[in-house]
Design a protein around this ligand. Structure first.
Ligand code: PMV
Length: 327
């Protein structure tokens, strides 16, 4: 059987940044995200007569770290199913890979969904989320529609997974994704997190403060308090990036355009627009706004010098199977 699954990327409003355990990929901080409708990874698994899996990423045979991560991830399914089958993994993103647009989130969520079927396993959504987390922490959240919550791991044996959060029915959010650069990121999120944990004097307080941000954001989601949700979201991203700046040697994912857009968002807010920025392990700026203001705001961002692309995302669907074909 040839199995195809698709998953969407998600962007965290309250960020996950730090691992309690690297091998198990246990998050040191909880996170709250929004799955987006416009960025997808589509992954097909084709059984092959070979001793190892092969990866074709965006139309090109991939080796090195990317292929190794996929093989290690499929090993989890092979062990569980006790089936020594290998696959050609054909994975395509409809957006730039490894640049802070959460391609690992959609990538591992789609792969988990496809592998569950290909190995004849029967993981629940929570089970899939837990296993997707082993591929990439943020992937655990892309299993679900709309808003998803993943708690921090309490200890080394806590097998964390995400779950869907139902927001207040009147919370009409959009996320404007502003692409600021072409290049793939120089420092992977895993490397960045470990460096912060090892060297940043801000890391401890980042982890300690986190539960309060998460609880307040969840309260805001449920009570349709958009302003509080936006404020916490900006606060969370700025604190996360501050741990990077304070690490030794310090590093940052911001480009000059990132800062320009942060200023723009603050300026627009001073003029009455309801919009809040968030950035991940890359230069792009994502702006949380009300649905009714999204088009007008997107036009303003499109007109900023240097902006490559602007997309208005709505809350998107969770990971799903797309097709099964007998070869
Ligand atoms: O799970 P990873 O390795 O994609 O790390 C995600 C880290 C951030 O995107 C910066 C924050 C988050 O919660 O998505």
């Amino acid at each position: 059987m040839k199995i195809t699954a698709r998953a969407n990327s998600n962007i965290a409003l309250v960020k996950y940044w730090g691992k309690l355990d690297e091998a198990k990929n246990l998050p040191a901080t909880g996170s709250l995200s929004l799955t987006l409708d416009c960025f997808t990874t589509t992954t097909t698994l084709i059984p092959i007569e070979a001793r190892q899996d092969m990866l074709v990423l965006n139309g090109r045979a991939a080796e090195g770290k990317a292929a190794e991560r996929v093989r290690n991830f499929l090993d989890l399914f092979r062990a569980r199913a006790e089936k020594p089958i290998h696959f050609e993994v054909v994975s395509t993103n409809n957006f730039p890979t490894a640049s802070g647009l959460a391609s690992s989130a959609s990538g591992f969520a789609a792969l988990a969904m496809a592998a569950n079927q290909a190995f004849g396993l029967d993981y629940s959504a929570e089970g899939l989320s837990q296993i997707a987390r082993m591929g990439s922490g943020s992937a655990a959240r892309s299993i679900f529609d709309g808003f998803a919550l993943m708690r921090a791991a309490r200890d080394f044996n806590d097998d964390v997974f995400a779950s869907q959060v139902h927001a207040h029915a009147d919370l009409d959010v959009k996320m404007i994704v502003i692409r600021c650069a072409e290049n793939e990121k120089a420092i992977s999120s895993t490397k960045g997190m470990l460096h912060c944990a090892n060297t940043s004097p801000f890391y401890k307080s980042w982890v300690q403060d986190h539960a309060t941000d998460l609880d307040r954001a969840l309260g805001a989601l449920k009570s349709n308090d958009f302003a509080t949700l936006g404020e916490i979201s900006e606060h969370s991203t700025l604190k996360m990036h501050a741990t990077m700046l304070a690490s030794s040697p310090g590093f940052w994912y911001f480009a000059p355009l990132t800062i320009q857009l942060m200023n723009k968002v603050r300026m627009l807010r001073n003029e009455g627009a309801q919009c809040y920025f968030t950035m991940d392990a890359g230069p792009h700026v994502k702006v949380l706004c009300r649905a009714r203001e999204a088009n007008a705001l997107a036009e303003i961002f499109r007109a900023e010098a240097g902006v490559l692309d602007v997309c208005i995302a709505s809350p998107g669907p969770g990971a799903r199977l797309v097709s099964e074909e007998v070869r």
